[in-house]
Design a protein. Structure first.
Length: 105
């Protein structure tokens, strides 16, 4: 049970860092496309609740689109992992867990 709890906690923290990396890199590449006049590093440093203070109303729509597309890219990883687990489960095989009755003859 301890190994199961450790594995769940460790994998959650590991994939959280993977997701953060995907989000940050996606935001860096998407912001110049949708809001070219905005500095991507300043938006990342200000955070999700503070970027409205450093952008103008004209730039805000592009920044919001870049944020939405970056979040979409983050969800591709768990969707792919879920699909991989589904495919892997088909190759595990079936095993009957019922106990067979032993006949005394």
């Amino acid at each position: 049970m301890a190994l199961l709890m450790f594995s769940q906690s460790f994998s959650a923290s590991l994939f959280l860092s993977f997701d953060e990396t995907i989000f940050t890199n996606s935001l860096k590449t998407l912001l110049p496309r949708y809001a070219p006049s905005v500095n991507p590093q300043s938006v990342i440093n200000s955070g999700a609740s503070g970027f409205r203070a450093i952008t103008t109303n004209e730039e805000l729509a592009g920044v919001l689109i870049a944020y939405a597309k970056a979040i979409d890219r983050v969800f591709y990883m768990p969707a792919g992992i879920g699909f991989g687990c589904f495919v892997f489960a088909w190759f595990m095989g079936w095993k009957n867990l019922k106990k067979k009755e032993v006949s005394k003859a």
